[in-house]
Design a protein around this ligand. Sequence first.
Ligand code: FRU
Length: 507
Amino acid sequence: MKKLLLLFLFSPLSLLAQTPKETPHWRPAYHFTPQKNWTNDPNGMVYYQGEYHLFYQHNPYENKWGHMSWGHAVSKNLVDWEHLPIAIPEDSVWIFSGSVVVDENNSSGFQTGSEPCMVALYTADYHDGKKEAQYLAYSNDRGRTWTKYAGNPVIDLHMTDFRDPHVIWHEKTQNWVMSVVFPKEYKVVFFTSKNLKNWTRVGEFGDQGEVRKIWECPALVEMPLEGNPQNTKWLLFISTNGATEKFEGMQYFVGDFDGTTFKNANSPETKLYVDYGKDFYAGIPYTDAPENQKILLGWMSSWQYADAVPTYPWKGAMAIPRSMKLRKTVEGLRLFQEPVSMLQPKDTYRVFEKSDFVFSKEKQLDGMSLFAKNSYMVEIEFELKSAKDFGLKIARKKDKMDDKKILQETIIGYNRKTEQLYIDRTKSGLMIKENFASIDKADLKLEGNVLKLKVLVDKSSVEVFANDGKVAITNLIFPEENTNMFSLFTASGKVKVKYLKISDLSR
Ligand code: FRU
């Protein structure tokens, strides 16, 4: 018996038994995923010579976290990505998160040709909790190949937790500014430099807002006020605990930054969240995006269950890039986010439009090939009538024998009593871990009886943006194959749909 077991373990048969089944039905069509193997945070987002770069935390060898290196892809429209070879591979250290800048004036001296070089600043992690320090690498061929700087590390405080440098050019002080975190102290530390190699510690900000989890992936960005672009404020993003206890998410602070000090415009207790779902983390804005656009890209997963994500041969995806606005509201200055405008159907025949109809209970939209691939965008405007709870049910499957019995569905709804928008994924398909089933809610008071939603469905994810991007909820789902029915619903009473547009975004 023992012999037989040994024979099996070392046979090709056992290899076959260990290889997971491929899951193309969960591979997003218009969201970034690596061709194969693991990804977590997006890194080094910069726009240069017509290309949006996306480097990403990547394990080149396995479909799980480890061997951290920078994977690489480029895109002209932030939707269709060209995969490139590994940009910065691990060596004796792992290549953790960081950022890339274009060194226009060759302040670093690394430029070799006539074009500016790109400079990456990232965390080198010395495994086993020994040390984290900040390293530099540069590229003179539009990010295709990278040279690790011989003088690394550029910042070493001999700390075990010290990571995720984000570098910007600060025009007023003519300095490079790095934000980097002491995760366990809930603190961002600012360094400045003239040449990207020698850094001086100049300030810090911390222990405010959301501190229920360690702080990671900081990013500073100067944002014009909508409608008054001369007037700007600084946003400081931190990845930490999200809106739900025990789950990751992102917060932002609004304030002023003078090149060394960040002043929070709100009280230290104020908590502002970027997204109210479970699957939006480590988001960083693009540097140098055209027309001064502010675009945020985040990882669409959660450390609470990322390892249990059942996709193969890849694991991990990026959320849709979001175009950000800073808008005055009655509550104060708030971040508004919407999917980037480049997200469009390829052809007009892939669009269904309808307006001004009232419905109650359930209105199933049948026979539309639009839904067949579960990769689409819904833009809908509701005018409230008597319905107390209403919305959409997507990725549905009914029992073949009993039409009334719903086997799977994800509900995107609005509850008027609680004044909350929600995604209910408790029946969305595979519950990949015991903490996966959830109803995620965001407070949203409606003005003028109108609710506008943009809902992005892409096979294994749902992102909802409400009322011009006032709140966002992002969640993963794992419906079975061919689970793609779609309906509008009210729990009681009626609602009017002023406008409905569904765009097929399958590729
Ligand atoms: C955030 C993070 C970063 C770190 C990277 C490692 O998700 O933990 O702090 O640099 O992932 O992969």
